[in-house]
Design a protein around this ligand. Structure first.
Ligand code: ADP
Length: 172
């Protein structure tokens, strides 16, 4: 049985096979979690990203982790929140599912997700958390023997509390 974990942490510190980057379509770096991952991984990450020709919203691409503890970075692009009528929910679900598919294809057992789209992309946090948890649960039930540990890495208190409730975890 795969396990879902909830942590409040800087994702660049996670000791897992892969961390997920909430990137933008250029894959050429940005602020927020993307900036933190690029700083921690070192310049070779951006060099490899330059060879990938970007990434569409909802899709995912993989690179090495370089100076990170994680062996790989899976770069996915969440949707920018535009009021909810531009397919944002389905695209956010795709970002989680396609990241997990790529993890499975690369033999990744443990993977850590940030709260994709809930920073500068302004996706409402509660809905985003519901989509994230249901996408991960669905993937794990459909592929029970591949990925064994999924970490939801919350950086801000609001997201952490939302995930605590959704995952039924006791408060600390
Ligand atoms: P997006 O453009 O997808 O909204 P952001 O990087 O702006 O991406 O934010 C996504 C989430 O990542 C936010 O909830 C933010 O709090 C979180 N975040 C920012 N820095 C880190 C970090 N170092 N580790 C984990 N999560 C982070």
């Amino acid at each position: 049985m795969a396990q879902i974990h909830l942590v409040k942490e800087d994702i660049t510190r996670m000791k897992v096979d892969a961390i997920v980057n909430a990137a933008n379509t250029s894959l050429l770096g940005g602020g927020g979690v993307d900036g933190a991952i690029n700083r921690a991984a070192g310049p070779r990450l951006l060099q490899e990203c330059r060879t990938l020709n970007g990434c569409k919203t909802g899709e995912a691409k993989i690179t090495q982790g370089y100076n990170l503890s994680a062996k790989y970075v899976i770069h996915t692009v969440g949707p920018y929140w535009n009021g909810g009528k531009a397919n944002e929910a389905a695209l956010l679900q795709d970002a989680y599912t396609n990241s997990l598919m790529l993890a499975k294809e690369n033999g990744i057992r443990s993977i850590a997700f940030p709260n994709i789209s809930t920073g500068v992309y302004h996706f409402p946090k509660e809905t985003a958390a519901q989509i994230a948890v249901s996408a991960v649960n669905r993937f794990l039930s459909q592929h029970p023997y591949d990925v064994t540990d999924v970490y939801f890495v919350c950086y801000d208190e609001e997201n952490y509390l939302l995930y605590q409730q959704l995952l039924n975890r006791p408060s600390m």
